[in-house]
Design a protein around this ligand. Structure first.
Ligand code: PMP
Length: 360
């Protein structure tokens, strides 16, 4: 069996060790005689799996005790709506930083519940940078401030945490959660779909400060209210049990890697390797301002877009898949999340060098 070198933006590659363990436990989880997929979510086996996953996530991210961890469904896209439903709290508007495709979707979703006030935008330069905080026109009466920590399509990442005083900071961390340590105490709410750095699609993680729970005004219906899920330890209805189990294995794998500080060093090294190559190349190019470049998603273009298909074909022949850029921007994109080893990045660069020599 050969595993592809998988540059997918998500659902993305998972560590082989995690998949091997899941395979070994598929028919009989630790002598229970059942697959995790077949277990009652209220039975003692699954309750232990979920509790361990939460404890490991809390340890990895150093999540303070006054934050709840919720295992939900509906993707980050449902959070675009649940957040205003729960946090606008009668205030009418929240502040947003517009950094690209995902920020725009979060902004658009607010209109059913209140007003999204765009306090800064990178639209003036085709979303190729993260607006500096001193340009933000924050409203001190906003219900919260929302930003997208990593724009998965544009490849723009915040390498700093905004300061919003007493206004809660809300962050879409879908595509860079667990890639580096973060100070959770600076946030009111962090959310992420699982399918990049956590596990399979279908699980969504929300980390929310206690005092922001139960503030919906008008109160959302039960399934859309954070309070319902917090009061029931994410077991109000059947949670995505298998996704939680795989996430738990990924958290254990991360702990074995040395935790988030260690994985950050690997992510820095991987990203630097590829950006250094792109910057010296006369053929390949990345459009993002240097200090805001994503360590997770690296878009790049060829000097001649007519060669895109040939580039992808050659990559596939070398076992490298899912390099095609998002349909909205074209070109290429290499997503190099935690599970991508540096050898995979090096293999891509070796191929790019060869391609440039032939076509440059
Ligand atoms: N935010 C970001 C930054 C994303 O990358 C994505 C998905 N690629 C989403 C939100 C939407 O997530 P979902 O498909 O889980 O709703």
């Amino acid at each position: 069996m050969t595993r592809a070198i998988n540059f997918s933006a998500g659902p993305a590659a998972l560590p082989a060790e995690v998949l091997q363990q899941a395979a070994a436990e598929m028919l009989d989880w630790q002598g229970s005689g059942q697959s995790v997929m077949e277990m009652s979510h209220r039975g003692k086996e699954f309750m232990a799996i979920a509790a361990a996953a939460e404890a490991d996530l809390r340890e990895l991210m150093a999540i303070p005790a006054n934050y709840k961890v919720l295992f939900l469904q509906g993707g980050a896209s449902l959070q675009f709506e649940m957040i205003p439903m729960n946090l606008l709290a009668g205030k009418g508007s929240a502040d947003f930083v517009n950094t690209g495709e995902w920020a725009k979707k979060a902004i658009k979703a607010v209109k059913h519940f209140g007003k999204a006030n765009v306090v800064a935008s990178a639209e003036d330069s085709n979303f190729n940078y993260a607006p500096k905080q001193d340009t933000w026109k924050l409203d001190p009466n906003a219900a919260y401030v929302h930003y997208t920590a990593n724009e998965t399509i544009g490849g723009v990442e915040f390498h700093w945490v905004p300061e919003t005083g007493n206004v809660p900071l809300v962050c879409d961390m879908s595509s860079n959660i667990l890639s580096k340590p973060v100070d959770v105490s600076k946030y009111g709410l962090i959310y992420a779909g699982a399918q990049k750095n956590i596990g399979p699609a279908g699980l969504t993680i929300v980390i929310i400060r206690d005092d922001l729970i139960g503030k919906g005004n008008p109160a959302p219906s039960a399934m859309l209210d954070y309070k319902t899920h917090a009061d029931n330890d994410s077991m109000y209805n059947t949670p995505p049990t298998y996704g939680i189990y795989i996430a738990g294995l990924v958290f254990q794998w991360l702990k074995k890697q040395g935790g988030l500080a260690a994985i950050e060093q690997k992510n820095i090294a991987k990203a630097r390797l590829l950006y250094d190559f792109l910057d010296q190349s006369a053929f390949f190019k990345n459009p993002v301002r240097k200090e805001d470049r994503s360590r997770m998603n690296i878009p790049f273009t060829l000097a001649n877009a007519e060669l895109d298909d040939e580039f992808l074909k050659g990559a596939k022949a070398r076992g490298m898949v899912q390099l095609k850029g998002h349909r909205s921007v074209g070109g290429m994109r290499a997503s190099i999340y935690n599970a991508m080893p540096i050898e995979g990045v090096q293999a891509l660069i070796d191929y790019m060098k060869e391609f440039e020599t032939q076509h440059g």
